[in-house]
Design a binder for this molecule. Sequence first.
Ligand code: ATP
Ligand code: ZN
Ligand code: MG
Length: 310
Amino acid sequence: MAGYREATPDQAQYLDELVEAGLLIPSGVPGVYGRGTTFEDIRTRFDDHVSRAAAFEGAESLRFPPVLPRRQLEASGYLKSFPHLTGVVYAFEGSEIQAQEQARLACDHEDWSEHQHMSDLVLMPAVCYPVYPAIARRGPLPAGGVIIDPGASYAFRREPSGDPARLQMFHMRELVRIAEPDTVQAWRDGWRDRALELLRGLGLDARFDVASDPFFGRSGRMMAASQREQELKFEILAPIAGPEPTAIASFNYHQEHFGALHGITTATGETAHTACLGFGQERIVLALLKTHGLDPAGWPAEVRDALWRA
Ligand code: ATP
Ligand code: ZN
Ligand code: MG
């Protein structure tokens, strides 16, 4: 399979344990799993925990489906940076005869792609994408900008792997800040510290570091270096199934990228800056299970209290 990343022995063993315990349900495709009751309970409890931590800000909740208009992704430059991760929705638009031919090929597991056409949808690569055009539609921002909570939703990335921490479909819990540059940067830095505290409070051996996105190709390596140099992206890392700690949350300052792209202006008419943070929910559940054991009934009382309190 193109781009498939082999699991290390530790990652493969952890995946086996998770499946054995009914926490993850294999689909036969690497990086695509169902989740058992316990896994999903931990994930949604963690989501509530973040919501409680965010409540003081009075963020506005908006929800979007996990597909994006293809034109929006095209305009964002995503295909230049991450051609290898993009998932596109294809659909059938042919005649009855072509439908029969397609069905025959599909039943025989042969190549039926010639009958498929690119639709106007792509799979959501990150949960904040629909927020920017939605806010742009409202006209200039109110003074002080906005904080938007797009909740936890599925994101797709075509990065098949045997590592249970590298999924093709996973939940990202985001928060988005749109405002003047200083406000946005202070918000991002404040949340980086708050999130670190929150994750350490759950007993995770978490630390933060400057990071870069996995931009594609040689020019991508230059983009990643410049992103690091400007400290546009931070990650919080924690041990899962190694060998290195894994990114469980990210904090991104986009400068005026999305503001300029969608025409978002501040109350005083400047192009708005944006930042977002994303908790990788499955990775956080996997880190908790790795740290405290596969049965949450035996977790330390302070972790249980934090997640399971009313
Ligand atoms: P990585 O370097 O590990 O690929 P990323 O830089 O691509 O991560 P972001 O784009 O910042 O990650 O996504 C936000 C969060 O979503 C990450 O901090 C991580 O916790 C989670 N995440 C990203 N990719 C995956 C994946 N393939 N499977 C599970 N969680 C993921
Ligand atoms: Zn985002
Ligand atoms: Mg990635």
